[in-house]
Write a protein that binds this ligand. Structure first.
Ligand code: G4P
Length: 535
């Protein structure tokens, strides 16, 4: 293939890709919406298949169960499907009790996010947390307000709440026609069309096209809605056009504005409108920052970064799948690449691509695509692979854990194994640990409480170490950094007893209360007490 032909193909492949994650609080409808996307994209014929996973979710704290579930969720943690001319890569951001570092890390591998909000409950806690990560990285966010078939909160109130709680301008792109049992469709505020939905008898199948009314003033609207409701809608729309911000694509791409769509995923209402606008507005793969320079996806040389490791469910083999996002150039089966951390070459022979229903050997893949690389521990989070240039991608951070436990070893003679096991689990991102500089104990830190169970289970089965936990009084951990070496030294001295080192030996401090943390921040203005550590 000539260079210019390849360059054109690469450009086209990049333009067609949308790599994104869905962020939401449990039960807002992420699974339902995902299924409907697959249905509209033609990847599945009947919704209801993904649901099987849900039935098992209540028994999650049982370690074996988790292992089994993880086997299933390997296939669903990345899903590739087509919609129109686009290739979509949907990355799962595990919620519920599974909430962990992974959930955050996945957001470092997406180009945009879709936020699902329950119209009855509004903005909930997990959405707020995930949103903070999106804001940090200026990830563009599109919003879907779901469950309009229920009597939820007023649309305007929900938009206000998004602005207040999440600090982002919310711009409605559609407006619901009615709500609850009377939810009939949406008014498209961009092109002025009204789209009426019909409740399909089979909600799992692809619905019929919506009935479209082209003009808000048309008599057909009065006929369809009744005169009173039609006039109410006209008034709403007039009000809206005077208030709020106009949609600004640049502001969306900069993560400052979120376009909002209304619908009901379970009834297929508003899903197509969302998808059509998503592929139209959401960004294609972007340039990514490496230590030395920005790397554009259209560059012909291949590069990729590992953002997630998942232990395979087969305990006899202990192999792991590293999820790599392709950042530039073309991936080809069997290609030889440079592993920069280990300073050696490796062959990517058996990469996997994850489709909606199954996985297949990856013959080729392009920027924005995610491939799974089975390995026995050679690949770690943050590793960069390239076709030749020495590169190291940035931006796979560690987030300060929010739950803490002290590890108690049942058999003190096993401390070497414990150390080894924890070091490996920490590298994989399964758990974080800290060691007081004054002692030899391990304090584990997690973002989701289930991580402790998983760690105890894996220590036992994979390293033969039986460990239990003991509560500790820690409100927060913060990494400490400063250019002012004197202040840093003073901080280390003053908080000597709370000083710890993380798995990589970076200094951090434990704070027993929020007040103590705030006081430290006040007393040492030139020291950064950060809750994010970039690798
Ligand atoms: P999640 O992945 O975000 O946790 O949410 P999921 O899709 O599993 O949906 C959570 C519940 O909300 C499910 O009900 C689902 O059917 C329901 N749901 C999703 N979208 C809508 C919607 O547009 N309208 C209404 N009214 N409900 C919706 P469930 O009772 O937990 O399960 P199921 O028995 O209905 O499957």
């Amino acid at each position: 293939m000539s260079d210019s032909h390849f360059a054109r193909q690469l450009q086209r492949e990049v333009r067609q890709r949308r790599t994104f994650g869905i962020i939401s609080h449990p039960d807002a409808g992420k699974t339902t919406l995902t299924e409907k996307f697959l249905l509209f994209g033609g990847a599945i014929q009947q919704a209801g298949a993904v649901k099987a996973k849900k039935a098992t979710r209540h028994a999650r704290s049982d370690w074996m169960k988790v292992e089994q579930d993880r086997g299933i969720s390997v296939t669903s943690s990345v899903m590739k499907f087509e919609y129109g001319d686009c290739e979509l890569n949907l990355l799962d951001t595990p919620g519920h009790q599974d909430f962990s570092e992974d959930t955050y890390r996945v957001l470092t591998a997406v180009d945009s996010a879709l936020m699902v909000i329950d119209s009855v409950k509004g903005v909930e806690s997990q959405t707020e947390k995930l949103m903070q990560v999106c804001r940090m990285r200026s990830i563009p966010i599109m919003t879907f307000i779901n469950k309009l078939d229920r009597d939820g909160r007023e649309p305007l109130e929900l938009l206000d709440e998004i602005e207040d709680k999440l600090g982002i301008q919310a711009v409605p792109m559609t407006w619901p026609i009615g709500m609850g049992k009377r939810f009939q469709g949406v008014y498209d505020l961009i092109n002025g069309e009204l789209r009426f939905f019909e409740t399909a008898e089979n909600k799992g199948a692809r619905p019929r096209e919506a009935t479209v009314v082209k003009d808000l003033e048309s008599e057909e609207l009065d006929r369809l809605l009744g005169e009173t409701a039609a006039n109410e809608l006209r008034e709403d729309v007039e009000l809206l056009s005077g208030a709020g911000y106009p949609f600004d694509h640049e502001a969306y791409l900069a993560g400052k504005q979120t376009p909002v769509f209304f619908g009901s995923a379970v009834n297929n209402f508003g899903v197509q409108e969302l998808l059509d606008n998503f592929v139209r507005l959401a960004p294609a793969p972007k340039a990514r920052e490496a230590e030395t320079r920005m790397v554009a996806p259209e560059e012909p040389e291949f590069s990729g970064v590992v953002f997630k490791i998942q232990a395979n469910m087969d305990p006899d083999h202990r192999d792991r799948i590293a999820f790599m996002r392709i950042c530039s150039g073309k991936f080809e089966r069997g290609m030889r690449v440079r592993h920069h951390r280990l300073k050696k070459n490796m062959q990517l022979g058996n990469a996997i691509i994850f489709m909606a229903r199954d996985r297949a050997g990856a013959e080729e893949a392009w920027p924005g695509d995610i491939v799974g690389l089975p390995n026995h521990g050679t690949l770690k989070i943050g590793d960069t692979l390239t076709s030749k240039e020495e590169l190291k991608f940035l931006g796979i951070p560690n987030f300060a854990p929010e739950f803490f436990q002290r590890v108690i070893l049942k058999n003190p003679l096993k401390s070497k194994q414990l150390e080894k096991g924890l070091a490996q689990l920490a590298e994989e991102g399964a758990i974080q640990f800290f060691r007081p500089i004054t002692g030899r104990e391990f304090i584990l830190g997690a973002i989701g409480a289930l991580q402790f169970d998983i760690t105890a289970g894996r220590l036992k089965t994979e390293y033969g170490v039986e460990a239990t936990y003991e509560p500790v009084q820690i409100y927060a951990v913060r990494w400490v950094e400063s250019e002012n070496k004197k202040q840093l030294q003073e901080v280390r001295k003053k908080y000597h007893n709370s000083l710890v080192e993380d798995a990589q030996g970076a200094p951090a401090l434990f704070f027993p209360t929020r007040w103590r943390l705030e006081k430290a921040e006040e007393d040492w203005p030139e020291v950064r007490f950060t809750h994010v550590k970039e690798h």
